[in-house]
Design a protein. Sequence first.
Lengths: 343, 552
Amino acid sequence: MELIVARPEGLYCTAGDFYIDPWKPVGRAVITHAHSDHARVGHGHYLAQTDSEGTLRARLGADIPLQTLAYGEAIVHNGVQISLHPAGHVLGSAQVRLEHGGRVWVASGDYKLENDGTCAPFEPVRCDTFITESTFGLPIYRWPEQPVLFAEIDAWWRSNAAAGKASVLFCYAFGKAQRILYGVDSTIGPIVVHGAVDPLDAVYRAAGVKLPETLKVTDPGVNSALLKTALVLAPPSAQGTPWIKRFGNYSDGFASGWMQLRGTRRRRGVDKGFVMSDHADWPGLQRAIGATGAERVYVTHGSVAVMVRWLAEQGLDARSFKTEYGNEDDEGSPAATPAEANS
Amino acid sequence: MKAFAALYRALDATTSTLAKQAALQQYLQVAEPADAAWAVYFLAGGKPRQLVPTRLLREIARDAAGLPEWLFAESYDAVGDLAETISLLLPPPTEAAHDLGLSEWMVGHLLPLRKMAPEDLPAVLRAQWALLEAPDRLVYFKLITGSFRVGVSRLQVTQALAATAGLDPKQVAQRLIGYTAIGGQPAAADYVRLIAPANEGETDRLTSGHPYPFFLAHPLALPVTQFDAAIGLPSRWQVEWKWDGIRAQLVRRAGDVWVWSRGEELVIDRYPELRDLGGALPDGTVLDGEIVVWRDGRVQPFAELQKRIGRKTIGPKMLRELPVVLLAYDLLEEDGIDLRARPQQERRARLDDLVARTPHAHLVASPLLTGGDWADLAVQREQARSMGVEGMMLKALDAQYGVGRTKDVGTWWKWKIDPLSIDAVLIYAQRGHGRRASLYSDYTFAVWDAPAGEAPRNLVPFAKAYSGLTDAEMARVDAVIRKTTVETFGPVRSVRPTLVFELGFEGIARSSRHKSGIAVRFPRMLRWREDKPVDEADTLQTLAALLPHSDP
């Protein structure tokens, strides 16, 4: 029997009788990371990486029955050995390694290969069967290297500051915002964060990630003079809201892997699109899959058909699992984030 | 090339008209005339003849990227633009980039591609793009594919040129006529002529076949009760039918005849009748009007005209069965004198005189309509559909003939009738292009082939539409399509029928080429009927009931 199968509730470990990132309430769930399409409410028991505790409790409730594991630490449940390994996606994100009867399966959740400095970098885990995401599973997606990307963001911020305009950068509040804070040149000007971003910054800081000082719009001293040179980080949902109007004649940008395409950039209706993703690009997906040494690969959410066909042509036993990941608060779909206020 | 690529990115990055205008002027102020000549050509809508056959370009790029055809195709479907797809798939440059000017690129490297043997192209193209850094490649490939749309209108280019040269935009618009002709090769001297001081840059109008910039109407969408307050009494307006044909200017000068469409394309070869008509007119005449198929003293559906548009050669049978006339409604030049600054009323009187003096089987003066008040005209407008016209045109009696869609020297309004509409079911969706790349934005709609209650019945496709939804609605529809997909064929998905839309269209006719037996004109989505179950969508019978009675 297969060690992991797709059930209507989610990916299910048959021998261990538990689920990985289930989308319906179940008894036992192993959670790869705290983005809301992977970590949902209502499970009887949660197992996740230690650094996920803060975000999981903040999002799902302080009293969820949560057990945590450090990276590399193993437990055995119903005869299945479970361990968690860095996925490089967001703070506390993990690949789930299951070993049973001499077979090793790895479910990777969401992952990214480049080390962004805000979470433990991705580590390839040898396995027989690898379950991979495919959010950006087309060869058109190739990310710029981190220094190039931040040079671009810094240059934009600097030129706006010189012109006396706030730089409003829309980005997901969990993961992307902290990565930007970590990477920008904070000597350019003050940094203001939206109320949705601030609590997540606190979680990162508590986990030991060094982030520059930030302000909230309600802090004393945050006035229109200060905002003229500020970088403002806000979730995409803030676009077109009254909250954003206070920044006056600002320039806006959007940070997402989908910004790689001119069409999505224009649809967003912002001045500047920054190609920044917490998912692997096409070369990254290929490298990660190759490094596992797996002969069998299951593809989930994203360009599933493309990846299955491509991997099969590379000589792997490639199959797919139908899941419900990839349309919540990270970057699941280019259409998931319409620009309501622009058209 | 770097400067032009930077201009392209600046124009592409912003939606602000002011920012676009600033970027254009900045570029024009410093560009070499030879480069500016090409920049204006592309931005104002010019296209070189195909430089590299698309199929070949695709193959060469695919090989360079080392991808199988199917994966290249999947990538193209997601991006929705060939030039962009290629620029994203090629390996990054390995050589140090050189910067050649736009004109050097065009004349020295790109235009010669047309004459090159196909077997030489791979090496030449690879050597060319190796000179370009990744961000500049998009523009390079766009120059080759000719799909150069960057959200800048010809009017904006005209304004930027006028501002740079200190000229009246109208004068620049006149000078730009013919500038973007297909296969044109604008040189530094052509650009210098565009921006030369007034009177120095004019070509000899009396011998050239150039038309005048077309004057365009604004939509008038008000309840008729508000017309008096908004635009005054009907007595101040010249009222005509709004014809559904091809807008054209007929130019008769220097013993020759030219017929230009609104896209500034010479179309005279398709309408030999109009060459004959031109020959009968006095030299130094320019007429503005609409080309329509005309039989038995009335206009025929646009579909009839379409049969002629598609043909390269027009045989005697077609001339007999689908005769066209020019429905003239304006006289722009008479005896070689430009009449555009004269009032509408005077131009019309002169037109009527001309038509009376030179009767011709293929010249009809667009009839004038009169009414005591707007309510009376609104009643007359009710006949528009049965007459095969789109509504009415209102032209201020004192209006000069302006340039483009402007109102500064006089106004033309188009007062269109409400579209026909029907509730249809979305059954196929295709990913869009450009701004809608990756989104399922192009839809095929169907109606039931039998009334409700008659089982079994099937959905029959009858129209495609891709406009009318807001971005937010389209994103929601896209999500539904992804969830209800039955099958995927390349960029197209068939879906479980769950979505009903009210479709609007301007005309309807029998068609043997459509599975439903019916073709509609200008279909678009009027609204998403989220309240309506699929079973209650319309049927072929309700659709057929909209056919004009003359078209059984």
